[in-house]
Design a protein around this ligand. Structure first.
Ligand code: OGA
Ligand code: MN
Length: 357
């Protein structure tokens, strides 16, 4: 499901969802003489909720398919006539809020006991972002035993090795070629996900409640409760128990999937977009249903509840070029934090918060 980039060569196994993914995915022009140029795509059919919001504010008009479903927040919540249970809140997060969650997504969310895609290879990694700033390198200690299930040094589970630790770049050079190493900046670029609260086990595709975990940070919990309200059954409050943070670099995609591991689908998934603009595809209950494409910008929030939870969805594209990424405001806010600035200019972060039980 996640990061499924398998090239489809045979037209016959291509569903409507796959066809639309392919249409929007990043490809490079083969015969361009200049530097790699992204292939042009026709974006005229991509729904743009920012422009719907502008038009709604100006004259109260909306395209036929778009409806206002809630006015309890300080901004309209839009829905799609054909997709009950799907909610779009354009610009739900202020720029300060976006900056805060970007900072946390980089500095605090990947911290153990939260797991990341790097756990399987390197074991738990602490302070990755600080190590990037300090130009450190993660180095393997070959004298440490592999796969020891030791509680004392923070290792959990036996795929976590704890053989790896951060060192100064110079000290690695002096050790020579013999030991395996990887720079912190490469690890940050290859960070694809981290999990908060109850830890999701990708190999078994379920929540593993026995893995050590912290509660979802309180402020994120409060924010998710507020944002989830339009999609909650009357009189009930959303209970955030787990969150998945997805990190996208240029060319990364999130293949079409369903989030079906939570017990109660009447509860929404609260999904926040940060950083570069992306295209989100919302399909139907079958991969054969042609999906709708829409832009997701930094600060947008999407809710999926009820019937919409049975709809295939994914992210075939993020935009990292200056014109389409729309990160200028964020860049101004991070002008004194060069490492965050460099990261967010060409990356997207998605935080999606779930009630599991
Ligand atoms: C997910 C998901 C959407 C996004 O993580 O399950 O659907 O906007 N993310 O990245
Ligand atoms: Mn999903």
């Amino acid at each position: 499901m996640y990061g499924s980039n398998k090239a489809v060569t045979d037209d016959t196994d291509r569903t409507e969802f796959r066809k639309t993914e392919k249409k929007y995915k990043l490809y490079y022009d083969q015969n361009s003489k200049r530097k790699k140029q992204p292939k042009q795509v026709d974006l005229s059919e991509v729904l743009d909720f920012k422009s719907f919001l502008d038009s709604y504010h100006q004259n109260g008009e909306l395209p036929p398919e778009i409806v206002v479903v809630d006015c309890r927040l300080d901004r309209p919540v839009f829905g799609l006539e054909s997709r009950p249970g799907f909610y779009f809140i354009p610009g739900a997060l202020s720029v300060d809020e976006q900056c805060r969650w970007i900072r946390d997504s980089l500095m605090s969310f990947p911290q153990p006991p939260n797991r990341t895609n790097h756990n399987a290879i390197y074991g738990p990694i602490s302070d990755l972002f600080a190590a990037v700033k300090e130009r450190k390198v993660l180095v393997e200690d070959e004298n440490m035993p592999v796969g020891l299930d030791s509680g004392s040094n923070g290792c959990v589970g036996n795929e976590d090795t704890c053989r790896w630790s951060f060192c100064e770049e110079d000290s690695v050079l002096s050790i020579g070629r013999s030991c395996k190493s990887v720079s912190a900046s490469v690890l940050l670029r290859k960070l694809r996900w981290s999990t908060l609260g109850l830890q999701f086990d990708w190999s078994k595709r379920n929540y593993n409640v026995s893995l050590p975990h912290n509660k979802i940070p309180d402020e994120l919990c409060q924010l998710a409760k507020k944002l989830a309200a339009p999609a909650m059954p009357m009189g009930e409050e959303f209970q955030p128990e787990a969150a998945i943070v997805n990190y996208f670099a240029s060319g990364d995609t999130l293949g079409g999937h369903l989030d079906d591991m939570e017990a109660d689908w009447s509860k929404p998934i609260v999904s926040m977009s940060l950083g570069c603009k992306a295209i989100f595809l919302l399909g139907g209950k079958s991969r054969e249903d042609p999906p709708l494409a829409m832009f997701l910008r930094s600060g947008d929030v999407v809710l999926m509840a009820g019937e919409a939870r049975e709809c295939f969805h994914g992210v075939p594209r993020i935009f990292t070029d200056k014109e389409n990424a729309e990160t200028t405001t964020l860049e101004l806010h991070f002008c004194d934090e060069n490492d965050i600035l460099e990261y967010i200019r060409t990356s997207r972060i998605n935080v999606n918060i779930r009630q599991v039980f």
